[in-house]
Design a protein around this ligand. Structure first.
Ligand SMILES: Nc1ncnc2c1ncn2[C@@H]1O[C@H](COP(=O)(O)OP(=O)(O)OP(=O)(O)O)[C@@H](O)[C@H]1O
Length: 265
C-alpha cells in the first residue's frame, strides 16, 4: 500500500467548494480551498465553529461530495481511496458499538475486509498494544473511561494499517491531562509509523504541539486564511509548549484566527 516516494502528495485539493442546499438557503461550507498534504505530514485544521473543518475532512474521506473543484487522495478519487481502504477515520465521538466488546469493535472493519481469524486476532492485539489498552479486549465500551474509549476508536482506525489517518477532533471531550497524554501517544505513533495525518481541533496548543503544518480556516464561506509551517523539531516533549518558539507559532495561529473573525474559537 505504501509505494509512494517521500515527497509524494497524499491529498491534493484544488479550488474545492461545497455548498449545502438547506431550507434556509445555501450554506457555503467550503469555498475555493486549495491545499496539498505531503506524505508523512501532520496537518491540523483549526478555525471557529462552522468554518468547514469537518466538511473538508469528510470530503477527503468520501463522506461528502464537493460541488466544485477537484480532490485526489493518494492520486485517485476519494471514492477509490475509500474502496481501497487508504485511510482510517476517527470521529469526534468514539462511536463504538455498545453491544460489541472493545476487541469486537476493532475487529469489525477487519471482518468486513475479509481478514482471516488469525490475522484479525493479531491486528487487534497489536493495535490495542499501540494505544496502551492491552488487557481490555473483552471489556465493553461502557466499562471504559471516555479517554480509553477514544483510544479504542483510534485502535479501530489503525487496525487495517492505512497510510492516512483522518481525525475529527478526537480529543475534544477529554480533560486536559488525558488529552496531553493522548497527544504524546499520537505523536509517538506518527513518528514511528510515518503515517499522514489530517487532524481537526479547536485547541491552539494542541494544533501547535502536534502539527508539521497548521491550516487556519474562517467561516461564511469556509476557506483557508493561513497555512503555518511549524519550526518545531519532530521530537516534542510536552514542555516544548513553554518554549519561545512554541509560543511564537501559537501567537501566529491566534492572529490568523482573529483575522478571520475567529473570536468564538
Ligand atoms: N449535511 C449538512 N447539511 C447542511 N449544512 C451542513 C451540513 N454539514 C455541515 N453543514 C454546515 O456547513 C458548515 C460547516 O460545517 P462543519 O461541520 O464542516 O464545520 P466545523 O468547522 O467542523 O465546525 P465545528 O468546529 O463546530 O465542528 C456549517 O455552517 C454547518 O452548519
Amino acid at each position: 500500500m505504501n509505494e509512494q516516494s517521500p515527497s509524494a502528495s497524499v491529498i491534493e485539493a484544488r479550488n474545492l467548494s461545497l455548498t449545502f442546499q438547506t431550507s434556509d438557503g445555501p450554506v457555503h461550507a467550503l469555498k475555493d480551498v486549495t491545499l496539498t498534504i505531503g506524505k508523512g505530514e501532520f496537518v491540523s485544521f483549526i478555525g471557529p465553529s462552522g468554518c468547514g473543518k469537518t466538511t473538508f475532512l469528510r470530503v477527503m474521506a468520501d463522506l461528502e461530495k464537493p460541488t466544485a473543484g477537484t480532490i485526489t487522495v493518494n492520486g485517485v478519487s476519494p471514492e477509490q481511496a475509500r474502496r481501497s481502504r487508504a485511510y482510517g477515520y476517527v470521529f469526534q465521538a468514539a462511536g463504538l458499538y455498545p453491544w460489541r466488546t472493545i476487541g469486537g469493535n476493532i475487529r469489525l472493519p477487519l471482518e468486513i475486509m475479509g481478514y482471516s481469524k488469525a490475522e484479525q486476532a493479531e491486528r487487534v492485539r497489536r493495535t490495542l498494544e499501540m494505544v496502551e489498552l492491552s488487557g481490555f479486549e473483552k471489556k465493553f465500551p461502557w466499562q471504559l473511561s471516555g479517554g480509553m474509549q477514544q483510544r479504542a476508536s483510534i485502535a479501530r482506525a489503525l487496525a487495517f494499517d492505512a497510510d492516512i489517518l483522518l481525525m475529527d477532533e478526537p480529543f475534544g471531550a477529554l480533560d486536559e491531562i488525558v488529552r496531553d497524554h493522548l497527544n504524546e501517544q499520537l505523536l509517538e505513533l506518527w513518528g514511528r509509523t510515518g503515517k499522514t495525518i489530517g487532524f481537526v481541533t479547536h485547541s491552539i496548543p494542541e494544533a501547535v504541539y502536534l502539527s508539521t503544518r497548521i491550516v487556519v480556516m474562517s467561516p461564511r464561506p469556509g476557506r483557508i486564511t493561513d497555512v503555518i509551517e511549524s519550526t518545531l523539531p519532530r521530537e516534542r516533549p510536552l514542555d516544548i509548549r513553554d518554549t519561545p518558539e512554541f509560543i511564537e507559532i501559537a501567537h501566529r495561529v491566534r492572529e490568523g484566527l482573529r483575522a478571520g473573525h475567529g473570536d468564538d474559537v
